[in-house]
Design a protein around this ligand. Sequence first.
Ligand code: ADP
Ligand code: MG
Length: 332
Amino acid sequence: QATVERIAAGEVVERPASVVKELVENSLDADATRVDVAVENGGVDGVTVADDGAGMTEADVRAAVREHTTSKIRDIDDLEGGVGTLGFRGEALHTIGAVSRTTIRTKPRDPDDGPAEGTELVYQGGEVQSVEPVGRPAGTTIEVAELFFNTPARKKYLKTRATEFSHVNRVVTRYALANPDVAVSLTHDGREVFATTGQGDLPSAVLSVYGKEVARAMESVEAPDLDDGPLDAVGGLVSHPETTRSTREYVSTFVNGRYVTSKLVRDAVLSAYGGQLAGDRYPFVVLDLSVDPGQVDVNVHPRKMEVRFSDEAGVRRQVHAAVEDALLDAGL
Ligand code: ADP
Ligand code: MG
């Protein structure tokens, strides 16, 4: 039984960044208006995610750590394209808790949902260690320590502090950009790396995450004539061709507000820059494509976010046109 759980855990929890991803998704699903992520030593020595979301009652939190328990999925149709919440498998907390010491402190936002105090539940190696009342404001704080304490083989695969932190940073950055109306912060070993204001607009989120120099170099993408293709809208920001980095990781694509990876979209974006990018340089791009969920297929594997479109040529054409227009409008 323990072996099965640990193998399953490897599917969801590969490294600290996977823990961060699952916890941040849960906070967003709980309608948080702020999500604070703090990691120690790249996340290897600890990950804490605090939110002011819906919170949980004692019964909720006991259920939350059970296998395949979710409060989110309503029917199997939710699994197809139209998924409204980010998590739906009901396995993240259970599997994270199977390979760490996880402490959940939570209190429901809705005062009708139970007593005035909150609940602290400690879950370690797949077992509930303790459940106690705790004083705290509404919302949820989840602390994951001793990651992979009982799976030394997996622990051995963890990389350096810098590498693990760069994965964490990438994950938190994506959710911050995808949710400009949520105040998202990231702290590493006690130092704040960035904090968005939750003001609601993408330019202010980009300013907080990437800094002034990049924010100033951004042009907004407003979808041109989009009648002839699968996309209903293309929005976002693209940087001037001279504001670049030597990695593609700053080209972020969202479909209906969800982070995805798509080589097709990335290539269409880069082709719109024509020959303007210096060799091996990539722009800063944040694009959100609005599309009928029936036109996309998101691979639901926990670690992959690869998206496929039914009309690839149409998407390529529309993305290219939208980015090209933004650059032309800016006189570039
Ligand atoms: P899933 O997100 O797929 O439902 P998880 O294991 O990630 O599964 O979470 C289990 C359940 O715990 C969720 O369905 C939700 O009810 C509850 N939960 C987890 N994190 C939070 C949070 N930050 N705030 C409120 N409820 C939460
Ligand atoms: Mg989840």
